[in-house]
Write a protein that binds this ligand. Structure first.
Ligand SMILES: Cc1cc2nc3c(=O)[nH]c(=O)nc-3n(C[C@H](O)[C@H](O)[C@H](O)COP(=O)(O)OP(=O)(O)OC[C@H]3O[C@@H](n4cnc5c(N)ncnc54)[C@H](O)[C@@H]3O)c2cc1C
Length: 380
């Protein structure tokens, strides 16, 4: 299958590439070392409309199709996986939750601010005792005085330090376990929401990851998102499309690691010739390129399917599983091709190697993807 991009999709990709290569690439290492996406870069992302990519035009967004969105994420991830996940969590997990489940009033209240990047969004599902087993979460939401009182702790919340608003999952009927979870729109200014310190991470260091706690945090009834007690189903549905974004992140990292390796192999000389002359290096590059091509097809296909309203759960899981494993394989080989230099910070493959690791963990581990894929292929 050949993916023929439309003229509009090519323009979207080229614009993102231009921004990523000219504006982001020169500061990517600095952002990694500073462990932040600077306000300047956040502003530029906002001006380009990258915080409203999938928000309908009616609410001030660009309303782009899923493949265009994925092309933007891929180009940003090629340069900075940390910046990419900042954009992706805001769009895929926060804005998509509102696109899918918010009522008209909620959409009008929040989406225009999200579209410009005036407000940033985050998604809080994971807890100390519930990661893969997200349905076992313990945060409670008790109905009181025309609202809900939330108590609990959420871990590893991407964008937590930047966010103005969070979607938070909490149990409204603990006795029903996963069937008693509801979802809430919680603003940073709500009393009782506390944001923890920034986590120190192996990779995607520019992104902001923190724990949050909710201590008698009152959330007005109008901030209930979707149908009460359907929160777990909603959480999974949001992650289904989100994981195509992580697959695009993995693809971008792999492409960048490959391109650096090919360039380096042609330049680096040993035994009076470029190391690219050695078959051992050629075979590594051939394997890297082949797996990247296969990953790209899976990722674009999953994006196209989600765009056309097909059931894309299997394709999204396959794309995420495969692309994340490819990213780790390619980044590992990239370090090997660079020899000792690949282990040094002055070469970007060191960062790609660290950044690739997370793609097999968040928005569903590789094991969780295999569980989903098996469930889908055994449906009969
Ligand atoms: C940098 C970063 C950013 C994140 N951002 C967010 C965010 O914005 N919002 C959010 O809600 N969460 C976020 N997460 C959480 C992330 O989604 C979880 O870490 C992930 O889902 C795994 O959960 P866990 O860490 O509790 O691991 P566990 O679920 O404890 O898993 C540990 C190991 O056991 C395996 N395992 C678990 N259950 C099974 C099973 N049934 N069969 C086989 N193997 C199994 C897992 O695959 C894994 O290898 C983030 C995490 C990180 C590290």
């Amino acid at each position: 299958m050949v993916f023929e991009l439309t003229e509009e999709q090519k323009l979207v990709r080229d614009t993102a590439r231009d921004f990523a290569q000219k504006r982001l690439k020169p500061v990517a290492l600095e952002l990694d070392e500073k462990e932040e996406v600077t306000p300047k870069i956040m502003k530029e992302l906002g001006e380009l409309g990258y915080f409203g990519i999938i928000i309908p035009e009616k609410y001030g967004g660009s309303g782009l199709d899923s493949l265009s969105y994925i092309l933007i994420l891929e180009e940003i991830a090629k340069v900075s996986a940390g910046v990419m996940i900042t954009v992706s969590v805001h769009n895929s997990l926060f804005c998509q939750a509102l696109n899918k489940f918010a009522n008209e009033e909620q959409k009008q209240k929040y989406l225009p601010k999200m579209a410009t990047g005036e407000w940033i969004g985050a998604y809080a599902l994971t807890e100390p005792h519930s990661g893969t087993d997200a349905g076992a979460l313990r945060t409670k939401a008790e109905f009181k005085n025309k609202g809900y009182v939330l108590n609990g702790e959420k871990l590893f919340v991407t964008n937590a330090g930047l966010a103005d608003v969070f979607v938070v999952f909490a149990s409204t009927k603990p006795e029903l376990k996963a069937k008693g979870i509801s979802c809430f729109i919680v603003e940073k200014s709500f009393k009782g929401l506390n944001i923890g310190a920034k986590e120190k991470k192996l990779g995607i260091k520019a992104s902001d990851t923190r724990a949050i706690s909710l201590v008698d945090c009152f959330v007005p009834q109008e901030n209930l998102l979707g149908i009460p007690n359907e929160g777990f189903k909603m959480a999974l549905e949001i992650l289904d499309s989100g994981r195509i974004g992580v697959a695009a992140q993995a693809l971008g990292i792999a492409e960048a690691a490959f391109e650096e390796s090919l360039k380096y192999a042609k330049e680096r000389k040993q035994f009076d010739q470029p190391i690219a002359n050695f078959q051992a290096i050629q075979f590594k590059l051939a394997d890297m390129a082949t797996r990247i091509e296969a990953a790209r097809h899976l990722v674009y296909n999953a994006a196209q399917m989600s765009n056309n309203n097909h059931d894309f759960v299997k394709q999204a899981s396959m794309a995420k599983l495969f692309a994340s494993e490819v990213a780790n394989f390619v980044a590992n080989e990239a370090v090997q091709i660079h020899g000792g230099y690949g282990y040094m910070k002055e070469y970007p493959v060191e960062r790609y190697f660290r950044d690739a690791r997370i793609t097999e963990i968040y928005e569903g581990t590789s094991e969780a993807q295999r569980i989903t894929i098996f469930r889908e292929i055994s449906k009969g």
